[in-house]
Design a protein around this ligand. Sequence first.
Ligand code: SF4
Length: 228
Amino acid sequence: MWQQTNPLLNLRLVKIKMDNKSTVLLNIADVYPVSYSNGPGRRSVIWVQGCTLKCPGCFNQAFQPHISQYLVDPQNFALKITDLCQEHNCEGITLTGGEPFQQSQAVVQFVEIIRENDFNIVCFSGYTYPKLVESTHEDIRTLLGMIDLLIAGPFDISNQCYRTWFHDPDKELVYITDRISSERINNLQDLEFIVEGSDISVTGFPEQKDYKILKDLFEKNQLEINLR
Ligand code: SF4
């Protein structure tokens, strides 16, 4: 076991070998304390590590392998994220990935505490909504009932957006509760730059042509582009 600091968060997260089966751990790929383009309002965003769906052209291929990244106790991590949301005046969190439903047991434990603290939950999934609803897996069904807004369905490279949001006809926006209204989704910011020291990350939903321009610009300046 060893500890690693996520530079974006300055949180000490414990990295534990994957063969530790005694505790349910949540495997996190990345966290942004504040984002305006991954759901309505100010939100903390959590990318989980691991997804077996392999959508052609997946925008986050580094987050596909189910390899150990930041393995965290879901409840302790939820308390840290709750503090972070309060500190940054966020209205809720967005779960994305990777595939949150492939870690549903740990995600349920995490989300339970976030909800208790009255933050709203947006969740992306590469599974379709009918597929999730049909699941007989108890944790998947429980998680589905804890989300306010689900953005469901696989990524489709043939669409104009490099990633998917309201422009993508294949993504289904499922308003599971009335805590987030559809009007708020129509006014979302598409793109956001997050600068941390010499690290620049781009998050949001650029159109493919804009992403290509950005990528060329970053490469020209010998910068690595991280699209989240
Ligand atoms: S669901 Fe998301 S992370 Fe998984 S393969 Fe598709 S685009 Fe990539």
